[in-house]
Ligand binder design. Structure first.
Ligand code: KG4
Ligand code: ZN
Length: 347
């Protein structure tokens, strides 16, 4: 069965055609990133306006690249939430109109579960049940997955999402948006043991908190800890010097130390969740898990705990519609359908 996936939960407008939930025939993503960059984050109104303008073109391109005809599509799977209301509405309205005009079944899917499903594309599979960690720009959540229609939340961030913390730290350091890739690049030249950052403790051990570490970076940049030379302090504080990222070692140390502290807390809590649930498999998803240092350290630590770890292909970590089509197929086969009163589920 050919499934058309539609994804528009944040700044991307994406469409994909996936065969039988595993074979990606096309995977088109158009981003409005360049229009948000000067604001240091996604502006919802700009995102939804761009999505409205591009969605038909992106879907058309996905159909053409897959070399299928619209009449061959057996299901339209669309992200219903969580995400930005206006953006989700564009995708859902488009999917509904296709479903109605072509008499194709419609299915609304959960964006976070789609990130988990990215591990099942390209013929890969993970034995159920497992613990899943989704780390994106909007969420940081640990789940216990018995099947894709039986997913329980074990813990989540109480404040900023992990990707959001990367984005905000990059903004503090005047590195631009999105922050994850640039922090990762910069951290490669830094000493992660130089500054002792840590993420705040949470009352519930499987929850997360990233707003404290972001503020710690801010203070480190504006008011370095005692012992740091005054002239070094000036280097931290002057944005145009900070922009010379690669050449500023101290700046790289901040990025490396921040990144390491974040990765450490993600590992600690994910492995704790595996221990609590007696799970032997840990499945990763979301934009942040494209990070190479995170992947490397997770593999090493999971192995020590005898937990098998799974990551999607790097290009399937970020928002895309192939994962939406794949999850839609899986749920459709389990008997799930949406009707035309499908609504956005932003939270
Ligand atoms: O899953 P995603 O594409 O969109 C949401 O659902 O939010 O994730 C985007 C987030 C952004 O916050 C971005 O900074 C972060 O993923 N990200 C990374 C990396 N690449 C993207 N974070 C750390 N390291 C990366 N290499
Ligand atoms: Zn996402």
């Amino acid at each position: 069965m050919y499934v058309l996936g539609i994804e528009s939960s944040c700044d991307e407008t994406a469409a994909a055609v996936v065969k039988d939930g595993i074979r990606i025939l096309s995977n088109e993503v158009s981003s409005s990133l360049q229009f948000h960059q000067k604001y240091g984050g996604v502006v919802p109104e700009i995102a939804s306006r761009m999505q409205l303008e591009t969605i038909a073109e992106v879907a058309d391109s996905a159909i053409k690249k897959a070399r299928v005809k619209l009449k061959d599509i057996g299901l339209v799977s669309v992200t219903a939430g969580p995400g930005l209301i206006g953006s989700l509405l564009v995708g859902i309205s488009f999917a509904k109109s296709l479903s109605l005009s072509l008499s194709i079944p419609l299915l609304g899917t959960n964006h976070l579960y789609s990130h988990i499903y990215a591990n099942f594309l390209n013929g890969r599979a993970v034995e159920l049940p497992f613990v899943a960690l989704v780390v994106s720009g909007g969420h940081t959540s640990l789940f216990y997955v018995e099947d894709f229609d039986r997913i329980n939340l074990l813990g989540a961030t109480l404040d900023d999402a992990c990707g959001e913390a990367f984005d905000k730290v990059a903004k503090i350091l005047a590195l631009g948006y999105p922050g994850g890739p640039v922090i990762e690049r910069l951290a490669k030249n830094g000493n992660s043991g130089k500054i002792k950052f840590s993420c705040s403790n949470t009352k519930h051990p499987l929850d997360f908190s990233f707003s404290g570490i972001k503020t710690a970076v801010l203070y480190c940049v504006r008011r370095p800890a005692s012992g740091v030379q005054r002239r070094n302090m000036a280097q931290y504080a002057i944005p145009h010097l900070l922009r010379q990222a690669g050449r500023n070692t101290q700046y790289a140390d901040i990025a490396a130390s921040f990144q390491e502290a974040v990765i450490d807390v993600l590992i600690k809590k994910s492995l704790l969740a595996c221990k609590i649930k007696k799970a032997k498999r840990l499945v990763m998803g979301g934009g942040v898990v494209a990070n190479s240092r995170l992947r490397e350290k997770f593999y090493a630590e999971a192995e020590k705990s005898r937990v098998k770890i799974y990551f999607p292909d790097k290009k399937l970590c970020l928002d895309n519609a192939a994962m939406v089509a794949g999850l839609g197929y899986k749920l459709f086969r389990q008997g799930y359908r949406s009707n035309l009163d499908l609504n956005v589920d932003p939270n």
